[in-house]
Design a binder for this molecule. Structure first.
Ligand SMILES: [Zn+2]
Length: 128
């Protein structure tokens, strides 16, 4: 239920930056979130993979939400993302997402920047 509400709150990102959510099926002691399938293609060669990942998370932050499970401090590779048929990253698994007011020095974006090895200049370019 909570994840369904997060999809509804992030409706403007659906289909591009997060999967499209078609609804919530509730049954006997169970609930099932119905989302579009993201087939996980290879990242586009035209995009900077790291920059595109940073940009998609930044869009979510600008929409007022932190994902909270993209960066694991012990790992350099982001998780909970797939690559759509156009080779662009799509954030998945919004279970841990929380309302967020993004500001300069945002901890999730800074941890992602560090994990991806992006410079401040890279981030400025991808923040456009
Ligand atoms: Zn933020």
């Amino acid at each position: 239920m909570a994840e369904f509400r997060r999809y509804l709150a992030l409706q403007k990102l659906m289909g591009d930056d997060i999967p499209r959510c078609y609804g919530l099926c509730v049954g006997w002691n169970t609930a099932c979130l119905v989302t579009s399938l993201v087939p996980n293609h290879a990242p586009s060669r035209k995009l900077s993979k790291a920059g595109a990942i940073y940009a998609v998370l930044r869009k979510m932050h600008q929409a007022g939400w932190a994902h909270n499970d993209v960066v694991d401090d012990g790992s350099r590779s982001p998780r909970n993302l797939l690559w759509n048929s156009e080779g662009r990253p799509v954030l998945i698994d919004l279970v841990t997402a929380t309302r967020h007011t993004c500001n300069q020095g945002c901890s999730e974006l800074m941890r992602l920047q560090k994990a991806l090895g992006l410079t401040n200049h890279d981030v400025t370019i991808w923040a456009r």
